[in-house]
Write a protein that binds this ligand. Structure first.
Ligand code: DSN
Length: 412
């Protein structure tokens, strides 16, 4: 990676970038929401487009000099619509949270009611957490998952009938089963609600046709672009044509100023990459790797919430080991595996401690990990959890994880 100019101008920042590159190269990344972009995506996001103000929409800008920006943004919109089968795309949201915020703004007034998945059951902060704008300004009712780690659709329906929400949100940050978008739409129709599918986590799987698409059912589809879709950090909103104007207005001038056109270019590149046959193979391997990891962990005697995963992630349930998510995520870091603590259903621990660890395979799959590597990763994880106090044992495990990283080099 060429850092020649930063090194001259700001050696302190340059050094930290180099160290971060080394950290990414030498650790096994199992944070389910992270990935490693292509160099093409990175070049676009570090391009001269960062210099340009382009408030407004293609051909309706508040600034001059947008002729190239317009082409890029239109290509990005078109690719998003084609890949996900939706009528309209706004590719300007800076993040997934802002994409969701724009849908709230386009569809509701403060105080209106939303039905969404509870954060501690796998939902997202911006779906109605009391500490987020969504929970502060809207009346939120939440559904969760049952003891099998699944959404109970009958319960969602019951809640929808009881609470009559204006907006129902499906899609999650930590849910390992296939989401039944059709069922959600039937529930929404029964109570006259609009349906938002937030596919941030599974976007790459949906793009590859390996998870059912929400397109025939959802009025709005939001996503981030940096998770399984493997693009730059950012968000996209897609919707049916009838909502296009309201969505565009909510994004700008509703909540954002100038769009990040360098990131929009990088989103366009990522969307093109995601439309290729190689990406379908990549997405299929993400799922195979997740299943191999889950199987490996269960073979080591560990519990997974809901058992076998159906997508790219899973939550390790540590309750029977007597260890906490917080401590074990730190121990995994010692052995060169990055993951995050996560609550499990009916977690006896607080959200800051937790009894679980969320694990996902998009990033390691990008590096080229295959099923046999995931079985080794499962053994390293289990070894670290069972022998978390054995310093020499952890050192040995660290060497094994480093070997896997060297077997699958990143950005070399
Ligand atoms: N923080 C992301 C995740 O880890 O799932 C969601 O925004």
């Amino acid at each position: 990676m060429n850092l020649e100019h930063i090194k001259q101008t700001d050696p302190v920042v340059a050094e930290q970038i180099e160290l971060e590159l080394k950290r990414q190269q030498e650790t096994i990344e199992l944070i389910a929401s992270e990935n490693c972009t292509s160099l093409a995506v990175m070049e676009a996001s570090g391009s001269v487009l960062t210099n340009k103000y382009a408030e407004g929409k293609p051909h309706k800008r508040y600034y001059n000099g947008c002729e190239h920006i317009d082409v890029i943004e239109e290509i990005c919109q078109k690719r998003a619509c084609e890949l996900f089968g939706m009528d309209h795309a706004n590719v300007q949201p800076h993040s997934g949270a802002q994409a969701n915020m724009a849908v709230f703004m386009a569809t509701m007034k403060p105080g209106d009611r939303v039905l969404s998945m509870d954060l501690s059951n796998g939902g997202h902060l911006s779906h109605g957490s009391p500490v987020n704008f969504s929970g502060l300004y809207f009346d939120v009712k939440s559904y969760g998952i049952n003891e099998y780690g699944e959404i109970d659709y009958d319960d969602v329906r019951k809640m929808a009938i009881e609470h009559k929400p204006k907006l129902i949100i499906c899609g999650a940050s930590n849910y390992s089963k296939i989401i039944d978008f059709k069922r959600f739409r039937e529930i929404a129709d029964e109570v006259g609600a609009l349906l938002l599918a937030d596919i941030a986590h599974i976007a790459g799987l949906v793009a590859a046709g390996l998870h059912p698409s929400p397109a025939p059912y959802a009025h709005f589809v939001t996503t981030t672009t940096h998770k399984s879709l493997r693009g730059p950090r950012g968000g996209i909103i897609m919707c049916k044509e009838e909502f296009a104007q309201a969505i565009d207005k909510a994004v700008f001038p509703g909540m954002q100023g100038g769009p990040l056109e360098h990131i929009i270019a990088a989103k366009a590149v990522a969307l093109l990459e995601a439309s290729k046959p190689e990406f379908k193979e990549y997405a299929a391997q993400i799922i195979k790797n997740a299943k191999a990891l889950a199987q490996g962990l269960m073979d080591e005697g560990l519990d997974i919430v809901g058992g076998m995963t159906e997508n790219h992630l899973m939550t390790l349930d540590l309750r029977k080991t007597g260890k906490t998510g917080k401590d074990m995520a730190n121990v995994l870091e010692v052995v060169g595996i990055t993951a995050n603590k996560n609550t499990v259903p009916n977690d006896p621990q607080s959200p800051f401690v937790t009894s679980g660890i969320r694990l996902g395979t998009p990033a390691v799959t990008t590096r080229g990990f295959k099923e046999e590597d995931m079985t080794e990763v499962a053994k390293i994880i289990a070894g670290a959890i069972y022998a978390s106090d054995n310093e020499q044992g952890l050192k040995n495990l660290r060497e094994r994880s480093l070997k896997l990283c060297q077997k699958h080099p990143l950005y070399t």
